[in-house]
Design a protein around this ligand. Structure first.
Ligand code: ASP
Length: 374
């Protein structure tokens, strides 16, 4: 049987950093570091186990961002470059690993989940809290398990592997600056847990795409590359911003935020209180009403890590609804932002953007229950 093949895209991040203050090494330097580990050879990784037969993963390591960066400098264009690189190399590999800084990994994993429509192979993002060159680093284990999942799992999803969990990419959020358990998926269980065995919960994994939509077909990949180029061209024409509410936020602050014009705001993530609540002052609500009337899609997210927005629960959210604000349900703010960019970037009108934001895409949100017992 042929060895599985994995394409590793290196973008930088702590995993590949050195010196003080930390800065990323190049992909060639990173590759050189890998060769100091006994299981790595130039283009292969041997997975040895006493319980089962050893096997080899063949891999290529590619620098996906030039120069490699701290992920706090990542921009939407680079999400598209990473997605395009995956598409151009799709056929030759069984899975893909994206090595990424942890700071904005949840945005990139959300974005890739939307950009890679028709995905039929695993795309696994990972990084580490301690650089790979340090003895106590978590990099080696994260990298090995991510490569293992990319090679073997056949999960047709974008996932984020960190510490012991494979999370759906558009459900993950960074929760710790220093714990090895740096990410959580607060509103959806992990797709896989890596203990002595790597156990995948197949019930949770999304089904493969329909054959007619699948990226297995060259014409679908070509069409998607074209679509991504069109989105990329449009990125300069609009802004999507996030506004975290706080006690005392004024109408004029809100207005300044919504009226940003270079390029004009087309989408807003309102990180509201609790179940999606906001101040009920008429001037504040008026600013939202005006922005909505100008064609801005305003999403009602929660600042809470867990749970969903219920825009009908409190009177204090009814003003938002009347102003045209749309519930983001349990979408993470990261997923909400990248989903807005994805739909607005396709030139859709506001009504359609609003509608599509509320439809689950690659398992990113839990639709509200239609019946609640009282
Ligand atoms: N600042 C780093 C980055 O996001 C943090 C990390 O990778 O852990 O690139």
């Amino acid at each position: 049987m042929k060895n599985p093949r994995v394409y590793v895209l290196y973008t930088g991040g702590t995993i590949g950093m050195q010196d003080r203050p930390l800065q990323p090494m190049t992909a060639d330097e990173f590759h050189h570091v890998l060769l100091q580990f006994p299981s790595f050879r130039s283009h292969s990784l041997t997975i040895q186990s006493l319980n089962s037969e050893s096997f080899e993963i063949e891999f290529e390591l590619e620098q996906a961002v030039h120069p490699p960066i701290d992920s706090s400098s990542m921009v939407p264009h680079q999400w598209i470059e990473i997605a395009s690189l995956i598409l151009r190399n799709y056929e030759a590999y069984d899975g893909f690993v994206v090595l990424h800084g942890t700071d904005t990994m949840a945005w990139t994993s959300s974005a890739l989940s939307y950009l890679l429509q028709g995905l039929s192979k695993p795309v696994i993002l990972t990084g580490s809290q301690i650089p790979i060159v340090e003895t106590r680093s978590d990099a080696f284990r994260n990298l090995i398990t991510a490569m293992y999942l990319a090679a073997k799992s056949k999960i047709p999803e974008v996932g984020l592997f960190f510490n012991v969990h494979l999370m759906r990419g558009n459900r993950a959020v960074k929760v710790s600056t220093n714990a090895f358990n740096g990410f959580e998926s607060p509103n959806f269980p992990p797709l896989a847990v890596a203990g002595i065995d790597v156990e995948v919960d197949r019930e949770l994994v999304l089904p493969p795409p329909l054959d007619s939509d699948s990226l297995e077909h060259l014409e679908n990949r070509q069409a998607l590359i074209q679509k991504l180029q069109n989105i990329e061209k449009r990125l300069a024409e609009f802004s999507v911003v996030a506004l975290q509410l706080f006690p005392g936020i004024s109408a004029s602050m809100t207005e300044a935020f919504m009226e940003f014009r270079q390029p004009p705001v087309k989408g807003v993530i309102l990180e509201a209180f609790g179940a999606g609540n906001a101040p009920s002052g008429p001037e504040f609500l008026q600013k939202l009403t005006e922005a909505n009337a100008r064609g801005v899609t305003i999403m009602d997210n929660t600042q809470c890590l867990m749970g969903t927005v219920n825009i009908d629960a409190y009177h204090s959210a009814s003003g938002l609804k009347a102003a045209g604000v749309v519930s983001a349900y349990d979408l993470t703010p990261e997923a909400t932002m990248t989903k807005l960019i994805y739909w607005i970037g396709q030139g859709l009108e506001q009504a359609e953007v609003k509608q599509r934001m509320q439809i689950p895409l690659h398992g990113d949100l839990t639709p509200p229950r239609t019946e609640s017992l009282s």
